[in-house]
Design a protein around this ligand. Sequence first.
Ligand code: BES
Ligand code: MN
Ligand code: ZN
Length: 492
Amino acid sequence: MKTAFEKKPVEEVDADYLVVPCIKGRLPEWVAEILKECGAQKDFSGAPGESLMLPLPKKKYSRLLLIGMGEEKKLKSEGFRSAGGKAFSRVSKGGCCRCALWINEQMEQDYEGAVGAFVEGFVLRSLKLDVYKTKKEETDEEENGNGEVGELVVVGDEDVSRRVREATVLAESQNYVRRLDLEPSNVMTPSRMADEALLLGKKYDMDCRVYSRGELEKKGMGGIIAVGKGSSKEPVFVRMEYNGGKKLPHIALVGKAITFDSGGISLKPGKGMAAMKYDKSGALVLMGVMRALAELKVPVRATLFFGAAENMPDGNSTNPGDIIKAYNGKTIEVLNTDAEGRLCLADAVSYAASKEPELIVDVATLTGAANIVLGRHGICMMSTDDSASELFERCGEETYERVWPLPLWDEYTKMIKSDIADVKNLGSENGEAGTITAGMFIKEFTGGLPWVHLDIASVDLVESPNAYLPKGPSARGVRLITSFVRSWVQKK
Ligand code: BES
Ligand code: MN
Ligand code: ZN
């Protein structure tokens, strides 16, 4: 979607719709006047959840949409993100080529932040995920319009064009990931994951290389091979590099990319198994981050690594009890073939570490237990670098992709010691501290470098929709990690 900023007073807005988020008890004078003219003072106070559409045939904009934001002291940027989503739903119903947004610059809240969040919500809500419907279904978004909006224009006095562009890039990068994540495992195979990475690399002039199964064997990437062995679709390893200039701080991003996780020989129960097509979200989220870094020309060197594989049971698959060797030479006893993500990450993280980046960040739908820890409301984080984890917490609040830290006590490392190999891929048979022991397993492969681990298993799927994210893949993490990388290079 096109987004833009136009410096002009609100009276001069020329659009199909003008959207105005309003704080309770602080309606702008001109809004109060219009309400009075229409005799609608009682219909709108600015309370949260309230909205009012007024047809105004005499104005240059034919409809005014007021959105209640609640009280000023309770106002957060997330409220504006929700308002953006809500606004999109409302105006796309009526057929809208050009939608204008005006936010009162005089409020106490950070004005630019409010504009950015609104634009994010609006663009996120605009993504349609009905690509596999052969007949267009009438949705509640298509009363008179086609469920689309041509353009969103922010109008006001303060020039926020940069912020509008940034918010658009972030939301579009998130949408790019949501779109790819939706693809099922018969389409998004490991080799197709590699093709998408190559395509992205080409578009943004990023160096991208794909390593075949044969090359993985030569490199000694026993984890990715062990996971992919049971599938007829061959595993691959991908490296992609974005370099924003010379001699910049180097961050390694490592993603989990299981195109389908059946559990392997330790087969999962049938219920809910279809959702395991989303087990590639970690790597996709990082592809979205790479896209955003390139679009925004962030001065950083970022390298993305992922091993893509399909985890299937077969006469040739890895069996519980098998012992394998990861890229860094450590031996792993595979006690449960369903703990496959950490096997792939073992190779990819130790490979990333061999390039000696200043920080490694891995992102994975690693454990169902992440959902037990935080519910669907946050990302489980583990880190060996306090300044990085503090920055993640801050960026989490700002983007509302919140993270919460878990401990890295020695006792958890003891839980993954194997009797016969260096480590085992299962902390305890009954799942005790499942999210933490999975993180501690990854830590074994970081070579002692500063490291942040994000287990996104709890947030990668939207089950109860909010105003800007409907049911389906969320691609949460794109805005969080992009915002982290931008602040991280500033501090370097
Ligand atoms: N991909 C799953 C984790 C997952 C579960 C993500 C549910 C999203 C929703 C992962 O590979 C897995 O199967 N983990 C096991 C680990 C266990 C065998 C130690 C789990 O969480 O049950
Ligand atoms: Mn699994
Ligand atoms: Zn998995």
